[in-house]
Design a protein around this ligand. Sequence first.
Ligand SMILES: [Zn+2]
Length: 235
Amino acid sequence: MIETLQLGGLVFEVRRSDRRKSLGLTVDRGGELVVHVPTLTAADDMAGWVNKKLLWVHRKLALKAEAAPKLRAPEYISGEGFCYLGKRFQLKLVEKQPQPLKFDGTRFLLRRGTRATEQYFSDWYMAEGTTWLRQRVEQLSQKTGRKPDKIEVRDLGFRWGSCGRNGVIFFNWKVLQLPVRLVDYVIMHELVHLREGHHGPAFWKALGLAMPDWKRRKSDLAEKAKDYLVFGLTV
Ligand SMILES: [Zn+2]
């Protein structure tokens, strides 16, 4: 189980080690925030120290966001494509429709003049995707031998998924735009975290046993995900 620290709207993974003499903070490639502390550091001391570094962390994250490939904002015009599990579906604007957004199995139908459209899309992805994710997690957990107690789908900012305390796994609703093999990587990664909190050798070994081609999927997630995203990750 991962120890986390929540501060300033951010979630930090806490890694305690006997070898550490002082506190340290890293922002890794995926934007994951890690606080490294000596084993017996008190929670208050750690929070106080991290608090002083928040400005630096936000600056780092902003730089990462700038370096990330820019996604064009959705225009919500007829013919625009939106992906669900890697399949692209066209949007059609309609004049009259009881609900603002609807999916008819082949197209998204959006009532013309709808405002706050992203909210309707995220509601749709969450409603459609939560059931799917639950079943997929159930299947894939047979490979890791451990099921989460609960899964939750919400906006996780710049992360695809995260494994919280008490056996809860969180998924970003935006992951549902990606092809199944990339969603599976995110799921498997979080399932392995139920056993191995940190990204140490034991973590990657367990991931390799559960998903032998994880490296390929991980690099595809970093490089190809943007081809499927209309709704990107945000810092
Ligand atoms: Zn991880």
